[in-house]
Unconditional design. Structure first.
Length: 85
């Protein structure tokens, strides 16, 4: 494993690690070797898993649920593509 075990990080350190791994995700996907991407995936899963373990009742935005997405897509269909045309 790369880095400190997530369960040994305090909350502030865990958030900093999560911010860093999400910030570097795109470049790793586009330009990293297969090994680098695998290590990145593993570390991200460990950090995110630890965050979810600590915050099982985290607030969830309604728009980030399947039902919220359906409501958005339904609202999009109800809006004309060319208003006033």
């Amino acid at each position: 494993m790369t880095g400190v075990e997530p369960n040994r990080l305090d909350d502030q350190q865990l958030m900093k690690e999560l911010e860093n791994i999400h910030r570097t995700r795109h470049d790793t996907l586009l330009y990293g070797s297969n090994d680098a991407l695998r290590v990145h995936n593993d570390r991200m899963a460990q950090l995110e898993g630890e965050y979810l373990r600590r915050h099982p009742r985290r607030p969830v935005a309604a728009g980030r649920t399947r039902e919220g997405a359906r409501e958005r897509s339904g609202a999009d269909r109800a809006t004309p593509a060319n208003p006033g045309a």
